[in-house]
Design a protein around this ligand. Structure first.
Ligand SMILES: [Zn+2]
Length: 196
């Protein structure tokens, strides 16, 4: 069965020093590079998602609650929106980048699109075109964009695994809820979430 790897939002703003730093983010970027270097031949496809915000409305707040609203992050064209340098060796193997959240929160990579021959292609369609049936999901943050991407993958019929040792989380309470949601959606998880 064909398996794909989805790298979720391994961007500067979500790593130490970024505007919405998740503890352990840079370590996750480094580990993802190691994982991809060692295992890229086992994947039929490797893709990345990226938060890519212009005007995402209430997703940004000057008084964020860090659950539903956040400090400004990953603005189109900013350094914070770039992939973290420690993920560079992984990005070398990435075949397509799915950008999301121009005008919305867009936690899930399945809300994003890549441009292929002047046409916007969503992640589910792109994976199906390559006869992918299983996906591994890794990246930042476990309790938000990784969670939403994995839940959508399962909903779209992909056999989904989250490699938790290649994810970093914002907070314990939302992580607990995320892991429960993933289990209920028949998403497999392996390993332990990286903490900062
Ligand atoms: Zn965002």
């Amino acid at each position: 069965m064909s398996r794909a790897l989805i790298l979720v939002d391994v961007q500067n703003d979500f790593c130490e020093g970024g505007s919405l730093a998740v503890p352990g983010g840079a370590e996750v970027a480094r580990r993802i590079s190691e994982h991809v270097t060692a295992h890229h031949q086992e994947y039929a496809a490797i893709v990345a998602t990226a938060d890519w915000h212009e005007a995402p409305g209430a997703h940004f707040s000057d008084h964020p609650d860090f659950v539903e609203s956040w400090p400004a992050h990953c603005r189109v064209g900013s350094d914070g929106a770039l992939f973290h340098p420690a993920a560079q060796r992984a990005l070398h193997h990435v075949q397509a980048v799915f950008r999301k959240g121009h005008h919305s929160a867009a936690y899930s990579g399945f809300e994003g699109f890549t441009v292929d021959a002047d046409r916007r292609v969503g992640l589910a369609e792109w994976l199906r075109d390559r006869v992918v049936e299983q996906v591994d999901v890794v990246g930042i943050a476990t309790d938000h964009c990784v969670r939403a991407t994995a839940l959508d993958a399962a909903k779209d019929g992909f056999q989904t695994t989250v490699l938790l040792h290649l994810t970093a989380a914002v907070a314990p309470q939302t992580t607990e809820r995320a892991l429960r949601d993933l289990r209920e959606a028949q998403v497999r998880t392996t390993g332990e979430v990286v903490s900062g």
